[in-house]
Write a protein of this length. Structure first.
Length: 251
């Protein structure tokens, strides 16, 4: 039953993704023809993305235990990184742009869709790319958009967190942008995509489970003018919450 369930879910996910991509492309063409304003285009993209997220959660049997409230105003949302599932755990009420690794840009379907959503792709091995990413993030925030970023830079099984990369904290400290920390933890820690495991076999195994249970705990917005103090505060809060969530799942 598990392999059959996984196959059905993956097929439905791919069909939903392709349908969403096609719908976005058609909408973009129509908007270009009638000269739709950027703000309206972003609002439409966000509306479609939130609908997509909710549908994927249902298809994949993802059950989310929410604690706290996402901010109503745009902010930098920072979560620890466990799995490719993390990206669909941010159904906020304002347009957001994700920051992702450039290696994911070429992925069939997933990379295409992420690019259409306006994902900022960063090559972490390139200093110029990291600099350009910081500039792009600053521009989006100044334009009133939110940012979703996983500052560990890669997934880990945990429960402890990896070090948080510093770049975004300097941008937020310098510009006064608020950071909202988000702690993510799964009932099954093996959902973490690590150790250079092949993506398709790993996803096939995980999506065969009847349910994927995840706890999402949202913190209060934080502003600081000292970047390293800000980084330490956000990481320490997130790790404390993740360890607590892990304990609750293990109980």
């Amino acid at each position: 039953m598990r392999p059959i369930r996984a196959l059905i879910r993956i097929v439905l996910f791919l069909l939903l993704s392709l349908a969403t991509i096609a719908r976005l492309l058609l909408a973009f063409l129509r908007m270009r023809m009638i000269g739709t304003k950027v703000e309206a285009k972003r609002a439409y993209i966000h509306l479609r993305f939130v609908a997509f997220v909710k549908q994927v959660q249902r298809i994949m049997g993802i059950r989310v235990q929410w604690e706290g409230q996402f901010p109503k105003e745009p902010a930098v949302l920072m979560g620890n990184h466990r799995s490719y599932v993390d990206a669909i755990l941010f159904p906020v009420g304002f347009p957001v742009v994700y920051v992702g690794r450039v290696e994911s840009k070429s992925w069939p379907v997933i990379g295409w869709g992420a690019s259409l959503l306006g994902t900022i792709w960063v090559d972490r091995k390139s200093k110029d790319s990291r600099r350009a990413t910081r500039a792009a993030v600053r521009n989006r925030l100044q334009e009133g958009m939110g940012i979703v970023i996983f500052p560990e830079g890669t997934t880990s099984k945990g429960p402890e967190l990896l070090e948080y990369r510093p770049g975004m904290f300097y941008t937020c400290a310098e510009e006064g942008f608020p950071i909202v920390p988000v702690a993510l933890e799964y009932r099954d820690p093996n959902i973490a995509w690590v150790d250079k495991a092949w993506f398709i076999p790993h996803a096939f195994h995980q999506f065969g489970a009847k349910h994927i249970d995840v706890a999402v705990r949202i913190g209060e917005a934080v502003k600081m003018t000292e970047a390293e103090a800000l980084r330490a505060h956000i990481r320490n809060w997130t790790e404390t919450q993740v360890l607590e969530l892990r304990t609750q799942f293990d109980a």
